[in-house]
Write a protein that binds this ligand. Structure first.
Ligand SMILES: [Zn+2]
Ligand SMILES: [Zn+2]
Length: 183
């Protein structure tokens, strides 16, 4: 593990969120889909279950995707992560509870709006990445027909393909065919 468990899980959750509208259309179209996403990553706390909440998560998704796209421009990315920390009023405090008995940070009150709590977690995980000089781990899939993002947590930062479909495999097959046809 390169970063703390919290950070890695949160970065993965961010990538999955961003990819919900980058592969085969919109996969976060309704509140049911939002619940499924949130449950799969164990998000707790307030849920309004209304259109405004879904809309706010869509806006957060767009904003996060924007950070991935400028990850090679550290100064700009830092500016956007700082803006996200400020807009979500991230306020770290130490806590522990039965599901997570080790002391860890929570960044917002369970009563804060969903997007704000999610945004604060994402911003803090991105801040960890930036502090480690590892912003380039935020990548866009290298398959030519894929816009999905990935967070490359491999030790040597060699990851190139998203894990939403089969991009890595498809590219290996394509490269293999290419080599064969050039013989
Ligand atoms: Zn906790
Ligand atoms: Zn891909």
């Amino acid at each position: 593990m390169i970063f703390s468990h919290d950070t890695e899980l949160t970065l993965r959750a961010a990538a999955v969120l961003i990819n919900t509208d980058r592969v085969d259309g919109e996969h976060l179209a309704d509140l049911h889909a939002l619940d499924e996403y949130l449950d799969s990553f164990g998000w707790t706390g307030r849920r309004d279950h209304d259109a405004a909440e879904l809309e706010s998560v869509h806006r957060l998704r767009t904003r996060l995707g924007g950070i991935w796209e400028i990850a090679d421009d550290e100064a700009r990315a830092v500016g956007q992560v700082n803006a996200l920390l400020a807009d979500t009023r991230a306020a770290p405090w130490l806590t522990r509870h039965p599901e997570m008995p080790e002391w860890h940070l929570h960044l917002a009150s369970v009563h804060d709006p969903l997007w704000q709590r999610m945004g604060a977690e994402f911003a803090m995980a991105l801040a960890d990445l930036i502090r480690a000089g590892d912003l380039r781990r935020l990548k866009i899939c290298a398959a030519p027909d894929c816009e999905a993002v990935l967070v490359d947590l491999s030790r040597n930062r060699s990851g190139k393909f998203c894990d939403t479909g089969n991009c890595g495999n498809r590219q290996h097959v394509a490269a293999y065919r290419e080599r064969r046809s050039n013989k």
